[in-house]
Design a protein around this ligand. Structure first.
Ligand SMILES: Nc1ncnc2c1ncn2[C@@H]1O[C@H](COP(=O)(O)OP(=O)(O)OP(=O)(O)O)[C@@H](O)[C@H]1O
Ligand SMILES: [Mg+2]
Length: 355
């Protein structure tokens, strides 16, 4: 595909299933021809790059890139799964946490916002613009870390990041070098930058994925379960990076770790079975449960009895005995102690209501 302006950055979604055996051939192609393939997600996403005048990657008419508005988004997969049902969300600059159980539709929503998947219905606007009608513009200012992705195993972190920076339009060699080095430093990969990605541990690969998502200072950053596989130190490090970026960027983060969302996100939503069941500020949502959460340590054999008589939200083991959290409008007798509500209580009480 050729652009009249000698600049093009095209993403062709999902044309071919993931095949790790093709990687070496692809890498040779990457070295010798001007058509490159980049793996993003378990599906191959092709980035085709032509021309060399991508300087400054002008974002053209995209302005006011400080607000993402999703209206009535729906998606039914060919197998009949309703992955998104009339999803509407307002997402301002800052960190937005997306919580939901497995299969809730989080990745589907994120891929759709990233313009890699078409919804059946609904509109996504970033600033003043409809993302479906401005895909190229959106992709220039997008950073996206998919939940699953593959990497070229026989290429070093530094080389691939540099290559991806070219594809993203950073043609100035010096600027590119500085950005690549800064991102490798930021994600704690500088020391291993010459090492081939095939020899990276799971956490290192994930950090590489984070580095590529941060290339060229995105205005919209979408990170799908970014901390899966990161050790606690790296997780904190990553969250510090995100929190800094989110001062000027719309950051959408999905996580299963409920407390991370509380610490980090100014706004959040819980989705279940493709529907938004709750959205708001974590502190406001917590207030609604204040004074209604009670806790008790019980014996294992009493579990089913308590589940039968109380609205049990969660259960944890402490020294081999279950500690249960229940939701109750009135103080239950029976040895329960009132405890401050946590976001986990908010999460479980709403998921339970919706099931
Ligand atoms: N390509 C597909 N074809 C058919 N069904 C799909 C496809 N992708 C996802 N689904 C289904 O859509 C629903 C939502 O999936 P999705 O991956 O968006 O959930 P998720 O919230 O990201 O889950 P997880 O927490 O496990 O990552 C699930 O029921 C899933 O099985
Ligand atoms: Mg997912």
């Amino acid at each position: 595909m050729k652009s009249p302006h000698n600049r093009l950055f095209v993403v062709y979604p999902k044309t071919k299933p993931f095949d790790p055996n093709n990687l070496q051939t692809d890498f040779k192609a990457f070295k010798f021809v001007l058509k490159y393939r980049l793996l993003v997600g378990l599906n191959l996403v092709y980035f085709t790059f032509e021309g060399s005048k991508l300087a400054n990657r002008p974002t053209g008419k995209l302005k006011n890139m400080n607000h993402l508005k999703i209206t009535n988004l729906s998606k039914i997969y060919p197998n009949g799964v309703k992955a998104l049902q009339q999803v509407s969300l307002d997402i301002p600059v800052g960190m937005f946490g997306l919580l939901g159980p497995n299969g809730a539709g989080k990745s589907t929503l994120m891929r759709t916002i990233a313009t890699l998947q078409e919804p059946d219905e609904g509109i996504i606007q970033f600033g003043e613009f409809n993302t479906a009608e401005n895909k190229m513009e959106i992709r220039k200012i997008l950073g996206y870390l998919p939940q699953q992705y593959g990497l070229y195993p026989k290429v070093s972190a530094e080389v691939l990041l540099n290559h991806l920076a070219v594809l993203k339009g950073l043609t100035n060699k010096q600027e590119r070098k500085e950005m690549v080095a800064a991102l490798l430093e930021k994600t704690n990969l500088y020391r291993v930058r010459k090492q081939n990605l095939g020899g990276f541990s799971g956490g290192m690969k994930q950090r590489f994925g984070i580095a590529q998502a941060l290339l060229t200072n995105p205005k919209l950053l979408i990170v799908d379960e970014p901390t899966a596989g990161l050790d606690p130190g790296e997780r904190n490090r990553f969250y510090n990076i995100l929190s800094e970026i989110s001062e000027q960027t719309v950051v959408i983060l999905s996580s299963h770790i409920v407390d991370d969302i509380k610490e980090l996100c100014t706004n959040m939503a819980i989705i279940n079975r493709g529907q938004v069941i709750l959205s708001g500020k974590p502190q406001t949502l917590l207030k609604e449960l204040e004074g209604k959460i009670y806790q008790k340590t019980i014996q294992k054999e009493e579990r089913s009895n308590y589940h039968h008589h109380y609205q049990v939200l969660s259960e944890k083991l402490f020294l081999g005995n279950p500690i249960i959290n229940i939701l109750s409008e009135t103080p239950p007798a029976n040895g329960f102690t009132q405890v401050p509500a946590t976001l986990e209580d908010v999460y479980f009480s709403n998921i339970e209501k919706n099931n």
